[in-house]
Design a protein around this ligand. Structure first.
Ligand SMILES: NC(=O)C1=CN([C@@H]2O[C@H](COP(=O)(O)OP(=O)(O)OC[C@H]3O[C@@H](n4cnc5c(N)ncnc54)[C@H](O)[C@@H]3O)[C@@H](O)[C@H]2O)C=CC1
Ligand SMILES: O=C(O)[C@H]1O[C@H](OP(=O)(O)OP(=O)(O)OC[C@H]2O[C@@H](n3ccc(=O)[nH]c3=O)[C@H](O)[C@@H]2O)[C@H](O)[C@@H](O)[C@@H]1O
Length: 435
């Protein structure tokens, strides 16, 4: 069976390669021609471990091709996955313009039966809306089905998450369509849950919102830990051993970021408001996240005396390690706050780059940690790249003007750093506790 993937972003490329790996013939479509050229040359347009190798293998076997020619692509493929972006609108709702455009072009170009699979994260009711958009765009009635199949992969571990998902959710009202999609995934190692399209759509938002709630809960508790001299990481171990709670997503830090948690929670809150329901817990989850980095910046500022006129190294600008994605990254908010406070900032990330438009004589990015920390008054760690955990901090200290080390991800051993002479402060631990 031939499969078309519309949208060559993180999800589209990962899905395309997964389906190719499973033995299907796959075409990746994107209106962005330079993205298509790059992919056709075996280069990923973003950083994602493991995917580049898989891309080159499958290009060589001709199991995967890339195109911007929409009419031909819809003509050639019986199953079409929608993996286009669903960004936040100005009111917080999910902006469905790319979904609508994709649905309309399917309606316009399809010549025979098509199964349309919505993988993008979309609000409840979008499945029905896509059916209407396709119907309206069809010059004459041709049968098709639309099923919802939300994606749960994480950036940085997309390949592993796609190959071994915790579950595959299929939201469908039609048994034949369900079986067709199920057959595509038959070699994937993960349970399949078949449900209604609306339920599938809500499961996706509910999962992201729940994960974000765990993080904000721990982050708020971390503030109390800081006041009381208790270490939040120890609390996380103790509560995480209860299997009803589980050990994951309990890491306190400077807040969650990325292209999905913030936008998806705003979209869910928007949906709730449309239905006159207050999701008060979720509103607080957002509030805690928006204030978490600032809360600890205030503490760090007190420890340092002031940020004004100080030179600060910011290590790790991506929203988490193993990705080059800086969308909604907490580091960006921290950098803005430092600039407001007239600090000079020196930035490093193993992969991610600050946009050129952000750089100035007060904000520079360097290609090595050694150069970055030279003559700095403090180092702020913003994402837990392995490189930062394993490097020689004793050597680095000699390059610093003052050995202040603010660990926004609790990635280093505070006692060890203190023993090495650092003024170390993490999230959710008293700064006097380890002196
Ligand atoms: N990034 C992630 O880790 C995850 C994202 N999602 C969801 O998946 C969806 C896609 O996310 P990303 O891959 O991050 O998006 P992205 O923004 O990286 O890529 C979207 C791509 O769609 C293309 N596009 C726009 N209109 C198109 C059209 N009419 N036809 C074909 N391509 C078109 C764009 O040019 C772009 O390359 C979103 O709804 C997101 O919420 C879900 C799970 C994980
Ligand atoms: O819908 C999506 O796009 C995806 O969103 C998240 O994936 P992702 O944003 O790639 O990254 P996560 O690993 O979930 O991390 C998100 C943020 O939470 C932070 N985080 C995570 C875990 C934790 O314990 N503490 C914590 O602060 C990370 O640093 C990061 O900033 C979900 O984990 C995926 O299941 C989902 O498919």
């Amino acid at each position: 069976m031939n499969i078309l993937i519309m949208g060559m972003g993180y999800v589209g490329v990962a899905t395309a390669l997964l389906l190719t790996e499973l033995g299907w013939q796959v075409t990746g479509l994107d209106p962005n021609k330079s993205r298509i050229r790059t992919l056709s040359h075996g280069v990923l347009p973003f950083y994602e471990p493991g995917l580049d190798e898989m891309l080159r293998t499958h290009l060589a076997s001709r199991r995967i091709t890339f195109t911007s020619e929409i009419g031909q692509a819809i003509d050639d493929n019986e199953v079409i996955f929608l993996c286009v972006g669903t960004p936040s609108g100005s009111d917080g709702s999910a902006d469905l313009q790319f979904i609508k455009e994709a649905a309309e072009s399917i309606g316009k170009h399809m010549q025979g039966y098509r199964l349309i699979v919505i993988k993008s994260t979309v609000p409840v009711g979008t499945n029905e809306q896509v059916v209407q958009w396709i119907n309206q765009a069809q010059p004459s009635a041709i049968p098709f089905d639309v099923v919802s199949n939300p994606e749960f992969l994480r950036e940085g571990s997309a390949l592993q998450d796609a190959l071994e998902p915790d579950r595959i959710i299929i939201g469908s009202d039609n048994d034949q369509a369900t079986e067709l999609l199920r057959s595509l995934y038959k070699h994937v190692n993960g349970p399949v849950v078949v449900t209604k399209p609306k339920t599938a759509e809500l499961i996706k938002y509910a999962a992201n919102a729940f994960l974000a709630s765990k993080i904000s809960y721990m982050n708020e508790l971390a503030r109390l830990c800081t006041k009381m001299g208790v270490n939040i990481a120890d609390v996380a171990v103790g509560i995480g051993m209860d299997h009803r709670i589980g050990p994951h997503f309990l890491r306190a830090g400077i807040g969650y970021g990325g292209s999905c948690f913030p936008k998806d929670i705003h979209a869910l809150l928007f949906t709730a408001r449309e239905h006159d329901v207050d999701l008060t817990i979720l509103e607080k989850v957002v509030q805690v996240n928006q204030t978490q980095a600032l809360y600890y910046m205030n503490i760090w500022e007190q420890l340092l005396g002031s940020f004004n006129g100080k030179t600060i190294a910011v290590l790790g600008i991506s929203f988490k390690p193993d990705t080059d994605d800086i969308r909604e990254a907490p580091a960006i908010g921290i950098i803005s706050k430092l600039l407001e406070n007239s600090a000079v900032i020196r930035v490093h990330d193993p992969i991610a780059k600050l946009p050129k438009s952000m750089l100035s004589k007060h904000l520079k990015q360097f290609d090595s940690v050694e150069k970055t920390v030279q003559n700095c008054d403090a180092v702020i760690l913003c994402s837990e790249w392995k490189q930062y955990m394993t490097m020689d901090w004793e050597q680095l200290k000699r390059r610093l003007k003052q050995p202040y080390l603010f660990d926004g991800r609790n990635m280093l051993d505070g006692a060890q750093m203190t023993a090495q002479g650092y003024h170390y402060s993490g999230i959710g631990m008293s700064w006097t506790e380890i002196k």
